[in-house]
Design a protein around this ligand. Structure first.
Ligand SMILES: N=c1c2ncn([C@@H]3O[C@H](COP(=O)(O)OP(=O)(O)OP(=O)(O)O)[C@@H](O)[C@H]3O)c2ncn1[C@@H]1O[C@H](COP(=O)(O)O)[C@@H](O)[C@H]1O
Length: 87
């Protein structure tokens, strides 16, 4: 189990060290257009799960959306503070 902040730190580390086989490195290398499409795809899956699926399936889809948002943030060089200041 990890928090949003812990995942973000982990992904920043992946971006910095670029380990072999990292799905985050692949997602970053795919570029912002592909990253944005993944955000839209996962957002749609969250919507569908919220209407039609179990709490567990919904929670999993939300986790994937959070991951995809973090990839966009890291790709653009944003920090958590950049976003949190608007919360
Ligand atoms: N939380 C996630 C996470 N959520 C989603 N995904 C990616 O999203 C994919 C699932 O999304 P889809 O439903 O779109 O599945 P898919 O279409 O079959 O996937 P693709 O073919 O598009 O990659 C997974 O295969 C992962 O590539 C994630 N990849 C990594 N993490 C976490 O990120 C951290 C770093 O991971 P690595 O960069 O892989 O080391 C680790 O803690 C991981 O648990």
């Amino acid at each position: 189990m990890k928090t949003f902040d812990e995942l973000f730190a982990e992904l920043q580390e992946r971006a910095r060290t670029r380990p072999e086989g990292s799905s985050t490195v692949a997602a970053l290398d795919a570029g912002v257009h592909a990253q944005g499409k993944k955000v839209i795809e996962e957002a749609g899956e969250v919507w569908i799960a919220a209407e039609h699926e179990s709490d567990e399936q919904l929670a999993e889809e939300i986790s994937q959306l959070l991951y995809r948002l973090q990839v966009v943030m890291i790709g653009r060089g944003l920090t958590l503070e950049d976003v949190y200041r608007y919360l």
